[in-house]
Write a protein that binds this ligand. Structure first.
Ligand SMILES: [Cu+2]
Length: 347
């Protein structure tokens, strides 16, 4: 070995390792985990990250040293020495990556198995995606538009969709699971940090996709229990229960409006909705007059058969045509009444 080669190798290696480790640690690449599953995923991430940092530093050290120490002199036109392989070196550079990759595989497999294990007694919640809203149905049969979770309890989500493929994601809980019509996919989460986290649809599912969001509210066991017992009185955020045949009046209409993703595309002052994909529902009276129909009939037709009358400057085939199947006739009536009254108030 030429003089000074070893210190140079070590020097470049250490400097590269420090720089990459700083980039990895000082920039917050990942949200801080809010579930045990996410904690394990972060562990796998750093396990692979450290291996990568060491390998990267080793490559930089060898490359840098070769460039600095073994550069040909400008007028040296001679051939290098003939080399015929190096068995030890080849065994080493095959064995080390083999061990590292196998280690990552084993750690990932263990975490995957643990993260998929719902345990003997998980809280089971049904999650339903539809254009463009989420619904969460609890063991007592009640359905909400936000996901309430008790801290430190294993939860098994059974995820499905009413129309196209969506995907359930809470960034701080890191796992994603597709919501596929006709199929139930499960996801286990064990929230371990109190807080309110976004629920995001992470599968492009149509025009309202970017607005297909909800909230996961993680509370302590006592708060959760009282929320669950009182039938989930509407939280301060203004989101309320849906689907219950006990509910009635404007509240029920508003809930149906929110639970069915109408707000993603329509503006409606009464619901604090500001969607701009479809016409403003504050102007329904004028729109019904233009279509030449009585208000209630116009609203009902527009929901059941959106392309029957298409407002000028808007496109057909944008509003989902599935509401006639997904809304019960009670819900449809409540929704029509709600829209008819809200738009009258607005005028
Ligand atoms: Cu979606």
């Amino acid at each position: 070995m030429r003089r000074g080669t070893l210190p140079l190798l070590l020097g470049i290696g250490i400097v590269s390792a420090v720089i990459t480790a700083a980039v990895a640690y000082l920039i917050p690449w990942l949200p801080s985990p809010a579930s045990r599953e996410a904690g394990r995923i972060v562990f796998v991430y750093w396990f692979a990250e450290w291996i990568s940092i060491v390998v990267f530093a080793a490559v930089c050290a060898v490359l840098g040293t070769a460039i600095i120490k073994f550069r040909v002199k400008p007028d040296d036109l001679s051939d290098g020495p003939p080399i015929h392989g190096h068995t030890t070196l080849e065994v080493v550079w095959t064995a080390i990556p083999f061990v590292l990759v196998t280690a990552i595989t084993i750690v990932s497999a263990i975490v995957l198995a643990k993260n998929g294990d719902a345990g003997p007694n998980p809280l089971k919640i049904k999650v339903t995606g539809q254009q463009f809203a989420w619904e969460f149905t609890y063991p007592n049969g009640k359905t909400y538009t936000t996901l309430h979770l008790p801290v430190d309890q294993k939860v098994q989500l059974a995820i499905t969709s009413k129309d196209v493929i969506h995907s359930f994601w809470v960034p701080q809980m890191m796992q994603k699971q597709d919501a596929v019509p006709g199929q139930i996919n499960t996801l286990v989460i064990t929230p371990d940090k109190l807080g309110v986290y976004p629920v995001i649809c992470t599968e492009l599912c149509g025009l309202g996709h970017a607005l297909m969001r909800s909230e996961a509210i993680v509370t302590n066991t006592a708060q959760y229990a009282s929320w669950y017992k009182t039938g989930g009185a509407p939280p301060a955020t203004g989101v309320s229960t849906t689907g219950g045949s006990t509910a009635g009046g404007a509240d029920a209409g508003l809930s149906i409006f929110n639970a069915n993703g109408c707000a993603a595309c329509h503006t409606l002052a009464a619901a604090k909705a500001t969607g701009a994909v479809g016409p403003s529902l504050d102007e329904l009276k004028a729109e019904a007059a233009r279509a030449g129909e009585p208000l209630d009939a116009f609203i009902k037709d527009s929901i059941v058969d959106p392309d029957k009358y298409v407002e000028k400057t808007y496109q057909p085939n944008v509003m989902p045509a599935t509401y006639k199947d997904t809304l019960s006739s009670d819900q449809l009536d409540q929704l029509v009444q709600y829209l008819a009254t809200s738009s009258k108030d607005a005028n």
